[in-house]
Ligand binder design. Structure first.
Ligand code: CP3
Length: 356
């Protein structure tokens, strides 16, 4: 049933070429959260199905993944899922409450709670993601590449301790301060689960992988380098080794550490092909920091998508001109927000393709 050997040939590989530093036909573009609530057809699906039911049902996950590709001339697709499926596979309950976001009814409170986690065999509880990826590769028929993704250890740890989104991450930070060894145990546990999970995604057909360290913004530089970066590096190193030993080629990897523009040089040395930038970083400065051998991705401010089409076009053109056509994948600087007008997306994608 699961055919992972006979995928249709890729017609538009500009994203993969940009990631590898090869010439592109046009500047490629995709958008974080491109499948999501700003699309009325996504809202329709969500009326009928719970958020995690969408993630867990490959047919529905594929339908939602396809939705933005029907409307916009995008150069990549990203499998519909969430970073919080890993805590779920570790035995935690996660609910998605409309208007609130993710909620963990029983977050990790003290280090004693680590014993309740079930990291062994977690990846076997995530096969639905692999099934969705394989199905999607066939449904895409080679139109554009399919991106798989994961949350990074610190970001996942934050949600697991805070019990949901948090403006301050103060409980998770207090774990780092007061339970350093247990924090590292948790971060290691997550790292190993993530490597298994990404290996599974590549075998299922993911053609590029993005690691979301969305909560990097809560850490000062030194702490980011100390408790986030080593695990991000380990993910890449272990995955390369794991795939190598089976003769499977590694796919390009993107690191998106939101709010970590202070450490671009350090990020560029972790083996990732692409560094995702949030909107606070200047393209020219970023290029100076990472050097010529890294691809940059980003970074229009998502709030700019509420401006007029003329303004969006001007801002996007200026951005693309600063990044240039070599080693660049256009995107927003964070996920597209729920009330973004459709015409803004149309304008953004068209402006990227026509900027140079
Ligand atoms: O990019 C895509 O189109 C793929 C789908 C995707 C989702 N979440 C779907 C989603 C991806 C790549 C994610 C990643 C994710 N999830 C991150 C990292 C990216 C980022 O934004 O920093 C994080 C932190 C999460 C956790 C999460 N999931 C939060 C904090 C929320 C609530 C906030 C919000 O934007 O609503 C979610 C919910 C979520 N994940 C939605 C979607 C489409 C909306 C929920 C709904 O439909 O009810």
């Amino acid at each position: 049933m699961k055919d992972t050997t006979n995928f249709p040939p890729l017609k538009n590989d500009n994203v993969l070429r940009a990631a590898r530093g090869e010439p592109v036909d046009r500047v490629p573009v995709w958008v974080m959260r491109q499948a999501g609530r700003y699309l009325p057809e996504f809202q329709e699906v969500r009326k009928e199905h719970d958020f995690f039911e969408v993630c867990q049902t490959p047919e529905i996950a594929c339908e939602v993944t396809m939705q933005p590709l029907r409307r916009f001339d995008l150069d990549a697709s990203i499998i519909f899922s969430d970073i919080l499926v890993i805590p779920q596979a570790f035995g935690m309950t996660v609910e998605m409450h409309p208007g609130v976001g993710p909620v963990f009814p029983q977050p990790l409170d003290t280090p004693a709670d680590l014993a309740k986690l079930t990291p062994d065999g977690a990846v076997s509880r995530l096969t639905y993601v692999g099934d969705a990826i394989t199905m999607m590769r066939h449904k895409l028929d080679g139109k554009v590449p399919l991106i798989g993704f994961t949350g990074a250890p610190w970001t996942l740890m934050g949600y697991m301790i805070e019990g949901g989104g948090s403006k301050t991450m103060s409980k998770a930070k207090s774990w780092l301060e007061n339970h350093p060894e247990d924090s590292k145990k948790l971060l290691s546990m997550l790292t190993n689960g993530i490597v298994d999970y990404l290996e599974m995604q590549v075998k299922a057909g993911a053609q590029m992988l993005q690691v979301f360290e969305s909560s990097a913004e809560h850490l000062p530089k030194e702490t980011f380098l100390d408790i986030a970066v080593p695990y991000i590096k380990q993910i890449r190193d272990d995955l390369v080794e794991r795939l190598d030993s089976q003769g499977i080629p590694i796919v390009p990897m993107v690191l998106f550490a939101k709010g970590a523009g202070h450490s671009l040089k350090e990020q560029s040395k972790l083996g990732y092909d692409v560094i995702g930038l949030d909107w606070t970083v200047d393209p020219i400065e970023a290029r100076k920091e990472v050097g010529p051998n890294i691809t940059l991705q980003g970074n229009l401010w998502p709030e700019d998508m509420y401006k007029t089409p003329e303004e969006i076009r001007a801002l996007t053109t200026e951005m693309v001109k600063k990044f240039g056509k070599t080693r660049y994948i256009a995107n927003l600087g964070h996920g597209i927000t729920p009330k973004t007008p459709i015409v803004s997306m149309e304008t953004f994608v068209d402006a990227v393709h026509n900027a140079l």
